[in-house]
Design a protein around this ligand. Sequence first.
Ligand code: COA
Length: 164
Amino acid sequence: MADITVRPMTSDDAGRVLAIYQAGLDAGNASFETTAPTWTAFDAAKLPDHRLVAVDADDTVLGWVAVAPTSSRPVYAGVVEHSVYVDPAAQGRGVARLLLDALIASTEAAGIWTIQSGVFPDNTASLTPHQRAGFRIIGTRERVGWHHGRWRDVVLLERRSPRI
Ligand SMILES: CC(C)(COP(=O)(O)OP(=O)(O)OC[C@H]1O[C@@H](n2cnc3c(N)ncnc32)[C@H](O)[C@@H]1OP(=O)(O)O)[C@@H](O)C(=O)NCCC(=O)NCCS
């Protein structure tokens, strides 16, 4: 872990970011989506100020985190939805936790008060680092969508900043 650091994502990271995204989707437990977006679509959807990558000592991207707005209504201006993906070869080493902690610092510094996400209930590899980072389970939405031949529930997670 000592040699893994977090820095802002740039467009030069696009190839690695989208490859890690696709690897997570291919594993079948990350999202209802099956195909990673183009960089143009990713770039349009994610807020520019809170895109982070975890890199090793050679600056190879091991994982990323980014957020999208949840609503255009002013009252929700401080509520974002995040995605976090880690290269399968780098999983289980605390990279997601590092990214979540950095995302919390980055968003809190910008006055964002809630980070939320939806996770499949059997994605324990995701639920564990989120709960350790201070996210709570709001509840479970039942049979939200059809995915790889079955209806799947979605656990809603949120972290409400105690500072804002
Ligand atoms: C979910 C994901 C981002 C986690 O990344 P990671 O870097 O492996 O996570 P971390 O190592 O920081 O934390 C994992 C924690 O969960 C535990 N964990 C890891 N895999 C686990 C598993 N399969 N079952 C149960 N616990 C698991 C680890 O022991 C660790 O806990 P610890 O802090 O007590 O050691 C990664 O698995 C991933 O990219 N998956 C595909 C995409 C995805 O599902 N993204 C989340 C969408 S909401």
